[in-house]
Design a protein around this ligand. Sequence first.
Ligand SMILES: NC(=O)C1=CN([C@@H]2O[C@H](COP(=O)(O)OP(=O)(O)OC[C@H]3O[C@@H](n4cnc5c(N)ncnc54)[C@H](OP(=O)(O)O)[C@@H]3O)[C@@H](O)[C@H]2O)[C@@H](O)CC1
Ligand SMILES: Nc1ncnc2c1ncn2[C@@H]1O[C@H](COP(=O)(O)OP(=O)(O)O)[C@@H](O)[C@H]1O
Length: 478
Amino acid sequence: MRTAYGVETVRAAERELMARLPDGALMQRAAAGLAAACADLLGRVYGSRVVLLTGSGDNGGDALYAGARLARRGAGVTAVLLSPERAHAGGLAALRRAGGRSVGVAGAEELIERADLVVDGIVGIGGKGGLRPEAVPLAEAAERSRAAVVAVDLPSGVDVETGEVRGAALRADLTVTFGTHKPGLLIDPAREYAGVVRLVDIGLAPPADATELEALQHADVARLLPLPSPETDKYRRGVVGIAAGSARYPGAAVLAVAGALRGGAGAVRYVGPAGDAVIARFPETLVSDGGPKKAGRVQAWVVGPGAGDDAATVAEVLAADVPVLLDADGLRLAHADAVRGRTAPTLMTPHAGEAAALLGISREEVEGARLASVRELAGRYAATVLLKGSTTLVAGAGGTGAVRVNPTGTGWLATAGSGDVLSGLAGSLLAAGLPALDAASVAAYLHGLSARFAADGAPVGAHDVAEGIPGAWRDVRG
Ligand SMILES: NC(=O)C1=CN([C@@H]2O[C@H](COP(=O)(O)OP(=O)(O)OC[C@H]3O[C@@H](n4cnc5c(N)ncnc54)[C@H](OP(=O)(O)O)[C@@H]3O)[C@@H](O)[C@H]2O)[C@@H](O)CC1
Ligand SMILES: Nc1ncnc2c1ncn2[C@@H]1O[C@H](COP(=O)(O)OP(=O)(O)O)[C@@H](O)[C@H]1O
């Protein structure tokens, strides 16, 4: 499991470690890791032109000590000091001893444009607000420049705790972060500013119960996948009910069933007006004519994809005492009290637009503040919430615990109907007995992986994503 921690937790772990180490040792570990990453990126250090954008805190100190290491290997290193009188004294002295020089911001843009490497040490976890005005032209010059940009700990200007970006921020090709990931490095829009993230181990050990974000890895998903035991039967594996599709959108039903069939449940029941389309494509589906109550036993329901205005079906499903996944029209038609009053788990899977409608804010606000939005929804509805989009997040019911961030997402998923596939897949995992947080995060993981494999660099449709799911399972199981 990859984990990320908030600033207070990181600082507490840092204090604890520093108390056991000689003065400055931690910064030296950080600077050594940073210099090694810069050297890798440069290829040839000797003769290269390196510019350090240096703020007034320890983040600038890291940049200066790393610059000293590069200068000792023959790089021409210039530190641009944003607050010359408050620059890290030890770091600046080390840089000068190694043959580096320092300048103020006047003329810095030209230096940046001619550099091979720009190191962003303006602010790290101590940054407040976005970039200050004097740093904005430097960020713009770095973007214009052909230099590689390496951010120290995190790109300056992004909100380390939330991934929000308000105003200008440095855009990095590589972020070298110390001790642990931070939430902002894993959540868009900040994640995009970070580029590739490289974690340098400096010996920090934050407590597990303070985890802010978790990202499942292959091994975690492999442990959670529901596998059939030798004595299993289709009912023990779980039966998932799909109430989806309409005369207008029969395809949503077909795609949700497609996802469900690949999710590990023993059987898929379908209720709704698209039975003929479903059976034509997937003859193994158990199609029933009545509503959800008459469909026979199910261990989890999926309701909503392409369902139109059928509020009665949504209410009927919500009254069932089994896990329920609410998606698309189901989110719009569900009564908030009916969701909150449920005793069995509820999983809601909105995209940003649907989340915005539920929260009464704009889509842009949700996209700019994904972490706060997913926690808020999970709190308001007492439900597990999977917020879809460029960074898919899953918050457990109540919204207070660690939020799961999906690491396999890809822009190729942004294609009509792929959300329907996800809902069926997650519903199937619920029916197989996974807790809602695991069902949602495993589904998002397999869904993203499947899209990556199916796309392989070229566009795909939602049905390709569904068909790629078995390949994603096999890859995860190794
Ligand atoms: N934690 C760890 O494990 C380790 C941490 N290490 C490193 O230390 C970093 C944290 O250092 P830090 O605490 O000194 O804070 P930092 O990010 O340099 O910024 C604070 C300074 O910036 C200023 N400032 C504030 N906002 C600003 C803005 N928007 N724009 C411009 N300036 C702004 C503010 O001054 P102000 O002007 O507000 O008085 C203050 O002086 C961390 O990210 C990592 O790189 C490693 O060396 C070792 C292991
Ligand atoms: N930029 C993106 N990067 C990664 N995944 C994305 C992106 N945009 C959309 N997705 C994913 O694509 C799927 C789209 O779902 P949804 O919006 O419900 O579409 P539909 O209703 O057409 O099925 C979701 O799984 C979402 O997370």
